[in-house]
Design a protein around this ligand. Structure first.
Ligand code: RBV
Length: 429
């Protein structure tokens, strides 16, 4: 392994022993609820599919992610990992991971931009043969600054909507020079992680951070994609009145038909009590909206980057700002109204001080897919050209079947006659 200037987490913490112990305790708890990764790990330990490979990862380094990292390392890979958000790392988990002989972890909570990218560079210095990203920062840094490494890279996998969106834009420009699986887009990820994971963990993080109720609130959900749907559904289930804002006509109609109020943000700004952005786009809540908001509103973001709420404009409008609670910054307006921003407008389910990320069970699914995608890329890399690739459906089904078996859920299969019927076109009336 190449030495780099940015030190692994073990060289950055004071009380390393107790951090490692606590990190391992968190990982043990997660592991007890991750039957898919356990299954895949047993297979990897026996087959050693990653012998001689170097895997570079940029993900939210907490207990569940740590189980994915260990699973890959136990399959024979050397793994170098860092965070994909300055606030989502659990230092204790990072330290526990760093004790594994095949793993180097550079992830640390609370890094500034400079340290964030220094840690990404430290991962790249391991010269990965496979990359696993959440948000595409690793792929971007390799293409921009280390293109000479691309020949040695078999492929990659991308975890999240924003990362896949960026990769597709890169691919359309002809700028993506190795194959990457769009893990986010496969059913076993998107229908569970984005919907239930984002819905549950965002609302839980906001409730824990503020100690405020959902019942009776006007909750404005910006964006009715998979994440927005989950947030709307769970907020509604907690007796909130949900208002959806959208820019896509069919999604706006879908939200309307599912019983939510749909209106432009300019109108929602006047009536909302809580605002939660899930669009993946920038400038969703801006100055004009802040000016209309009621005193005491909560503002939070569940999209990957902290660009959805224009905090610079809010700061310009504010005559004062202070930390109202851990994870809550109050911006006081000239007329006395206070607008409360949670977790600096960063991914609220991971970046607030109390946040734990998505529930363990959904991450087991997402990371099960990640693990078999890495295996697929190494087994059949030649079959994938440079560009974005859907996860093969049989891999998605493999993970679903492991999960159903672990849950003790039986299901039907088609008879030969049914197969024949489904495959034919000559059975009419
Ligand atoms: N996510 N990871 C966690 N490790 O606790 N929680 C959510 C965790 C992922 C999720 O898959 C989503 O696509 C991505 O974070 C957004 O950055």
């Amino acid at each position: 392994m190449t030495d780099t200037e940015y030190p692994p987490i073990s060289e950055q913490l004071d009380d390393l022993e107790s951090a490692r112990e606590e990190g391992r305790r968190k990982m043990d708890w997660a592991a007890q609820h991750m039957p898919i990764l356990e299954h895949v790990r047993e297979e990897f330990v026996a087959d050693q599919p990653f012998e001689g490979e170097r895997i570079g990862m940029a993900m939210h380094v907490e207990a569940k992610t740590a189980m994915l990292v260990e699973t890959l390392a136990e399959g024979g890979a050397e793994v170098a990992v860092t965070g994909c958000n300055p606030l989502s790392t659990h230092d204790d988990v990072s330290a526990a991971l760093d004790t594994h002989e095949n793993i180097t972890s550079y992830a640390k909570r609370g890094v500034d931009d400079e340290e964030y990218y220094a840690a990404i560079e430290a991962v790249i210095a391991h010269e990965p043969t496979i990359t696993v990203d959440d948000g595409m920062d690793l792929v971007a840094a390799i293409h921009e600054d280390y293109p000479e490494l691309i020949d040695g890279i078999v492929g990659g996998a991308e975890e999240t909507t924003t990362g896949v969106h960026r990769l597709r834009a890169m691919d359309a420009d002809g700028a993506l020079d190795y194959p990457v699986f769009a893990v986010n887009d496969t059913p076993m990820k998107r229908l569970f992680d984005n919907v239930h994971g984002t819905g549950e963990s965002s609302l839980a993080s906001i409730a824990m951070t503020t100690n405020l109720s959902w019942a009776g609130k006007n909750v404005v959900v910006a964006g009715y994609g998979y994440c927005g749907k989950g947030v709307a559904q769970k907020a509604s289930g907690q007796n909130a009145n949900v208002i959806v804002t959208e820019v896509e006509p069919r999604r706006a109609l879908e939200a309307h038909m599912e019983g939510y109020e749909v209106m432009p943000m300019a109108e929602a700004a006047e009536v909302g009590d809580v605002f939660l952005t899930t669009t993946g786009n920038r400038d969703v809540i801006v100055e004009d909206h802040f000016e209309e908001m009621q005193d005491g509103v909560l503002l939070a973001n569940a999209g990957h980057f902290d660009i959805e709420i224009d905090l610079e404009a809010l700061d310009d409008l504010a005559v004062d700002r202070y930390e109202a609670r851990d994870g809550v910054e109050a911006y006081e307006m000239a007329d006395g109204r206070k607008l409360n921003v949670i977790a600096e407008g960063r991914l609220v389910n991971l970046a607030a001080p109390v946040s734990l990320g998505h529930p363990v069970e959904v991450m087991d699914q997402s990371f099960g897919i990640q693990a078999v995608c890495v295996r697929e890329m190494l087994e059949n890399g030649d079959a994938y050209d440079a560009g974005v690739h859907d996860v093969p459906d049989d891999l998605d089904k493999e993970i679903a079947e492991i999960k159903l078996e672990a849950e003790g859920v039986d299901f039907d299969s088609l008879t030969d006659t049914q197969h024949e019927y489904m495959d034919s076109w000559d059975h009419g009336t």
